[in-house]
Design a binder for this molecule. Structure first.
Ligand SMILES: Nc1ncnc2c1ncn2[C@@H]1O[C@H](COP(=O)(O)OP(=O)(O)OP(=O)(O)O)[C@@H](O)[C@H]1O
Ligand SMILES: [Mg+2]
Length: 417
């Protein structure tokens, strides 16, 4: 992509009503557009980044046997009435609408009930189990407060997976596999050292659920953490009883601010009983399906990365998430066209090799090019100028490490294409 053609430009200021750092940075860098509080559109740079986040999750979910689906956003009222969760007292984030033809629909804030309903068409016998499916879906929630940029949207991206198992043992395997997949995902996002599996409010079946909490000043949660012992407890379940159960003392734990990037739930048999999802087990008995559900906030993830990996110059993406892998920057010499010719040749060559490259071919000052590159935050930057040309090499700059070195074209191609 030529930066001269890239839709959008960077801007000096974010809208004055935007209070969150992640959205301010992402708006200024041209990744997102604010539609209203809690509602943002993805522009080319933002969409590419979000797609890379999704791709990492997709690869790791596929690796543990997940199969991707996509469910609808419009949901029938009746299936939520059956479980009592159509009630606005119980679920305070519903968006609902009247159908012109009569009746009401809900906008998907979760897919637990709809997917359970759908599985009635597909799960009959123990031979059909386990089923493990996931989707990337825009969830719609009437959140009361939406001041955390893309970390708390009224419309936001989520990966949600659901497991359907023949008994607890089968369920436990998927649950454990998912924990490992999540750990790999957060490793690839570069936040493993600040993300902790946390004991959290449980829900119907288990005493605790597990959340994945990332240390982040812009988060909305607090956890009590002991890094050495790798124990984290959500403030919401912090009590003498919890401490005793987990065998820790309050003095050993530090209260830190975090953002919930993911969570996993074991529903036991309760959810399937509520939904009415039964199958015939090996003994031929009618049995409720053992269900689990597993979320990761994909747009929140992008917001968290923008928060925790940025510096005073702008965004700093980890390589796997960076909207482009390569940022090729031409510094045009005043008297010669050699640098431009060379940059054009290299850009075309990289494209023909299938490289993921943004090429700053614009006729603007070097200062502006570097300021924009710092703001956009692409991880690998390569500079071509008269100076690098006469050295017969290319200048490489790592946005994450802040280091510069000279490399050959061959090295660029081998390492970054
Ligand atoms: N309003 C939101 N905007 C962006 N991401 C969200 C939002 N609500 C939840 N998420 C993300 O989706 C994941 C799964 O959703 P889930 O319904 O389990 O979250 P939640 O418990 O409602 O989260 P929270 O406590 O932050 O409201 C969360 O772990 C979080 O990463
Ligand atoms: Mg919520």
């Amino acid at each position: 992509m030529r930066q001269s053609k890239l839709f959008t430009k960077t801007r000096k200021e974010a809208p004055s009503d935007e209070v969150s750092k992640n959205a301010q940075l992402l708006i200024r860098a041209g990744f997102i557009n604010k539609e209203m509080a809690g509602v943002y559109s993805m522009l080319p740079l933002g969409l590419k980044t979000h797609e890379k986040i999704k791709q990492i999750i997709r690869e790791e979910m596929n690796a543990i046997g997940g199969q991707e689906i996509l469910m609808s956003s419009l949901q029938p009222k009746e299936i939520w009435e059956n479980t009592g969760r159509w009630d606005d007292e119980l679920v305070d984030v519903w968006f609902k609408a009247e159908l012109k033809a009569g009746g009401e629909v809900g906008f998907g804030w979760s897919h637990e009930e709809p997917i359970g309903e759908m599985m009635k068409n597909h799960i009959r016998s123990f031979k059909d189990l386990p089923v493990y499916v996931y989707q990337f879906q825009n969830k719609l929630r009437n959140e009361l407060r939406a001041k955390s940029g893309i970390m708390r949207g009224r419309e936001f991206g989520m990966k949600d997976s659901y497991s359907f198992c023949d008994g607890e043992e089968q369920h436990n395997k998927i649950y454990e596999d998912t924990i490992k997949a999540y750990e790999r995902i957060f490793e690839r996002f570069g936040i493993a050292d600040r993300t902790f599996m946390t004991f959290a409010p449980g829900g119907a079946f288990t005493e605790f659920s597990h959340e994945f909490q990332t240390i982040c000043d812009a988060g909305e949660d607090y956890i009590y953490l002991n890094k050495e012992k790798n124990i984290a407890i959500n403030e919401e379940v912090m009590s003498e009883e919890t401490l005793q159960k987990l065998g820790v003392k309050k003095e050993e734990l530090k209260r830190v601010k975090t953002a919930e990037v993911g969570n996993i739930f074991n529903f036991g048999l309760q959810k399937a009983k509520d939904i009415g999802l039964f199958y015939k087990n090996e003994a031929g008995e009618k049995t409720p399906v053992w269900m689990g559900s597993y979320g990761i906030g994909t747009t929140r993830m992008m917001g968290v990365l923008a928060e925790v990996m940025s510096d005073n110059k702008g965004l700093v993406w980890p390589e796997e998430v960076s909207p482009f892998k390569i940022h090729l920057i031409l510094l045009d010499g005043k008297d010669t066209t050699d640098a431009r010719d060379e940059a054009e040749r290299l850009y075309e060559d990289l494209l023909s090799r299938g490289a993921d490259v943004l090429y700053d071919d614009r006729e603007v000052s070097a200062g502006q090019k570097f300021a924009d590159a710092d703001l956009i935050g692409i991880s690998n930057r390569f500079v071509i100028s008269d100076k690098t040309l006469s050295a017969g090499q290319i200048e490489y700059y790592s946005r994450q490490k802040g280091t510069t070195k000279m490399i050959t074209e061959q090295e660029l191609i081998e390492r970054y294409v």
